[in-house]
Design a protein around this ligand. Structure first.
Ligand code: NAD
Length: 500
């Protein structure tokens, strides 16, 4: 593509598209074909963040007073616009992120679902009204917004994840400084453009592109009240530490090492379908990816044979090609991580029953492609079975019982998603109770969350908050308890109870 046809995109601050004070830019390239330059974006710095926070702080004074149902009307309009532009946005996303079109359509759909669902909260946002312990006194609780929210997101769900955070923040009456991943800034820009066109007032949503130089001041600035971060556990820890001195509310969604447990009574065909989708969907680059499969020894060989055959047959290629079943890794860095872990697995003595190599030459020459890889006979203590790889690599681990499968499932530092394949209701409920994760599935893979239930994980995956569902409101609002005494005299709670 001729350089002259490449668009230079800008930051969005105080209702205007503006260049970074740094004077620097970065390129956004297609991971399936790095010759394809998608656009140029601002490589921003602290000065840009400072302006964006100032705009958000100023806009907050009015936005918090706009009635929530009115705020929601703008969000409903945004949802309708996302529906209209779904196909174009999905194509843009596949081009910059790599996952296949059906999945990027799903990503935009998730943003649509979330926007419609949470906009509905504009007319709910229920608090409690409770009887007072004293006469002629009224008691209730209401949600109040907090102020400026920093939203920091990864590249694997470039529109869905920003929507999980920004839409609840907005409906609650907060304002936003948003920093998307530098690997997928176009989808972020598409989302912000829609919000703006739908009528979000200037300064309420600001977007600054760039890397840690942008993210760090977003986590330390005194004017920021909430940080909502999704990304790696390593960076999440930095974010938590950076935000601690100013006591911000910090919401962290981080890494995963999710497990599918297959029992000896499972429908194996269904389990193979699930593991294929859970392990290799999004090229394994989902926080909920089924990267560990623990299989009962009685059905182990049968499962492995069928799973390896199916994994081997997956069509890898450009996500825009309708024949493609699995796209590239999102970046060279991510591909290098995959290759490093494949070597670690081999050095640990695990056996790659299929895959194990980068795909090169021909249609793969200019992209970050890797074979779907299945390690079999893996020991649960191996690093490939404990650490997040974030690529098309699945470790299959044999087990002797449900109890052992659960122990293996729980034996990692993460706690996002888990699943069991069994026909036995007792086993299903036992596993549901004893696996310590934020999400659990029965007879389905570890991926496939819906927007109206809480989403998030335990242990090193999260810090106790959840996105999606009503739980999202907890991150972006604070409770205020209100007492109205209409007795005309001093009434003392807990003390005047005798006279009541
Ligand atoms: P990452 O941690 O490298 O980056 C995430 C975001 O943080 C990016 O926008 C990045 O620019 C920014 N950042 C980097 N350094 C920063 C700093 N010092 N201060 C503030 N911000 C900083 O993660 P990634 O590679 O973009 O995404 C992959 C990771 O995200 C995986 O670990 C995956 O499991 C996780 N993830 C988790 C969930 C979940 O809900 N639990 C969902 C999707 C992805």
């Amino acid at each position: 593509m001729a350089v002259s046809s490449i668009t230079t995109h800008r930051n969005f601050i105080n209702g205007e598209w503006v260049a970074s004070a740094s004077g620097k830019t970065f390129e956004n390239r297609n991971p399936a074909n790095t010759d394809d330059l998608i656009g140029v974006f601002q490589d921003s710095n602290t000065a840009d963040v400072d302006r964006a926070i100032a705009a958000a702080e100023h806009a907050y004074e009015d936005w918090r007073l706009v009635p929530a149902p009115k705020r929601a009307e703008i969000l409903f309009r945004a949802a309708a616009m996302l529906v209209e532009r779904k196909e174009q946005f999905a194509r843009d996303m596949t081009r910059e992120m790599g996952k296949v079109l059906n999945e990027t359509r799903g990503d935009v759909q998730e943003a649509i679902d979330m926007t419609y669902y949470i906009a509905g909260e504009g007319r709910r946002m229920f608090g409690q009204t409770v009887p007072s312990e004293l006469r002629n006194k009224f008691a209730m609780s209401v949600r109040q917004p907090l102020g400026v929210c920093s939203i920091i997101t990864p590249w694997n769900f470039p529109m869905a994840i920003p929507s999980w955070k920004m839409i609840p923040a907005l409906v609650c009456g907060n304002t936003i400084v948003f920093k998307p991943s530098s690997n997928t800034p176009l989808s972020a820009l598409n989302f912000v453009s829609v919000l703006t066109e739908a009528g979000i007032p200037k300064g309420v949503v600001n977007m600054v592109t760039g890397d840690a130089e942008v993210g760090t001041p977003m986590t330390t600035d005194e004017r920021v009240k909430v940080v909502s971060f999704t990304g790696s556990t390593r960076v999440g820890r930095l974010v938590n530490q950076a935000a601690a001195p100013t006591f911000k509310k910090v919401h962290l969604e981080m890494g995963g090492k999710n497990v599918v447990m297959i029992m000896d009574d499972a429908n194996l065909e269904l389990a193979v379908d699930g593991c294929l989708w859970g392990g290799f969907g999004t090229s394994g680059q989902r926080c909920t990816a089924a990267s560990r499969v623990v299989v009962h020894e009685k059905v182990y060989r049968k499962f492995v044979d069928a799973f390896v055959t199916r994994a081997k047959a997956l069509v890898v290629g450009d996500g825009l090609d309708p024949k493609t079943e699995m796209g590239p890794s999102n970046s060279d860095t991510q591909l290098q991580t995959v290759m490093r872990y494949v070597k670690i697995g081999q050095d640990e003595g695990a056996k790659a029953a299929t895959g194990g190599r980068r795909l090169e030459g021909g249609a793969y020459a200019k992209g970050h492609f890797h074979e779907p890889t299945v390690f079999v006979d893996v020991d649960a203590k191996m690093r490939i079975a404990r650490e997040e790889i974030f690529g098309p690599v699945v470790s299959v681990i044999p087990c002797k019982s449900l109890e052992e499968a659960i122990a293996i499932g729980n034996g990692v530092e993460y706690g996002l998603s888990a699943s069991i394949y069994t026909q036995d209701i007792n086993r299903a409920f036992q596993a549901m109770r004893d696996v310590y994760t934020g999400i659990f599935y029965v007879n389905a893979p570890t991926i496939g969350a819906e927007v109206h239930l809480p989403f998030g994980g335990t242990k090193h995956t999260g810090n106790g908050h959840r996105e999606a569902g009503i739980a999202a409101l907890e991150v972006f609002s604070e409770w205020k308890s209100v007492y109205i005494d209409f007795s005309g005299k001093l009434q003392r709670a807990q003390i005047d109870v005798e006279q009541v």
